[in-house]
Design a protein around this ligand. Structure first.
Ligand code: ZN
Length: 278
């Protein structure tokens, strides 16, 4: 995208990438969470110039019926995952969530991960006639869930039951929450963990704090798990996080001043970051 529209302060100002990248740092930080595609209005991101010289750019993970949303292997994968997830939802009333199942390649994956189980595990169900059936339960992983949500799958509205850790059932529509819809508990103890998703606008300088594009009042601290997360997703600089898709399993609660919602990760394995593939 050569241009993006900034809606900060209820105004609409179109910026070219050249103008935007030359704004003072403080303006960039203020405006970057308010960028949309000038053609389709999809939420957009700004990526600064990379250390190795890739140009600054605008982009969006949300283009819809838009000439700017050019096809790429990443986009095709997301669309494919949305189709797959919609099929799973229409075929199954119950799905198992597996944090270790992944279709996307991750570089530098940490060695202490459990082996990936791509196998379909057997669930035992009793039919109404009393006979015991062994049915193949559908399995959903984080990358497929995120990709499908980014491409508007039915996951966010579905009544299908998604089971976490083999024993915690959630209706899909109650489990997957966009960052902008996060409802905080008063404190971390009262919060029920959910799967929060959206895209990253930018991080702080130390890559310890993620700011979603979808809203300004949510922050995701990753300091405690920083090393493992950056390594898992091959993230080396701030730019790698800009515009990335993000899904985390964690708790949402108010900070002490009650002016910011905090999403606290469950652990370093329950996060998936879909870095923009240029
Ligand atoms: Zn667009």
């Amino acid at each position: 995208m050569i241009n993006a529209v900034c809606t900060h302060g209820n105004k609409r100002i179109t910026y070219s990438i050249l103008t935007f990248q030359n704004l003072p740092e403080s303006d960039i930080e203020r405006y970057r969470q308010h960028l949309i595609c000038f053609e389709c209005g999809g939420k957009a991101y700004y990526r600064k110039k990379s250390i190795d010289g890739k140009a600054a750019c605008f982009g969006s993970r949300y283009h819809e019926n838009c000439n700017e949303g050019r096809s790429s292997p990443q986009r095709e994968r997301e669309v494919r995952h949305a189709v797959e997830v919609n099929k799973i939802l229409s075929d199954s009333s119950e799905v198992i969530f597996d944090f270790f199942t992944s279709d996307s390649k991750k570089s530098g994956e940490s060695k202490d991960r459990k082996p990936k189980s791509k196998q379909v595990s057997k669930g035992t169900t009793k039919s109404h006639t009393g006979t015991v059936n062994h049915t193949s339960m559908k399995i959903l992983g984080m990358d497929k869930a995120l990709n499908s949500l980014l491409r508007g799958s039915n996951l966010a509205e579905s009544d299908t039951v998604i089971t976490i850790d083999g024993k915690y059932p959630y209706k899909a529509k109650n489990l997957f929450v966009n960052f902008s819809d996060a409802k905080p508990a008063d404190n971390s103890k009262d919060a029920r963990p959910k799967m929060y998703w959206g895209t990253i606008s930018h991080s702080d300088k130390e890559l310890e704090w993620l700011n979603p594009s979808d809203c300004e009042d949510v922050g995701i601290p990753i300091k405690r798990h920083k090393e493992q997360i950056l390594k898992s997703f091959n993230i080396t600089e701030k730019r790698d996080l800009e515009g990335a898709g993000l899904i985390v399993f964690g708790k949402c609660f108010w900070n002490a001043q009650k002016n910011r919602k905090i999403i606290e990760l469950w652990n370093a394995d329950r996060i998936f970051i879909s870095v923009v593939e240029d």
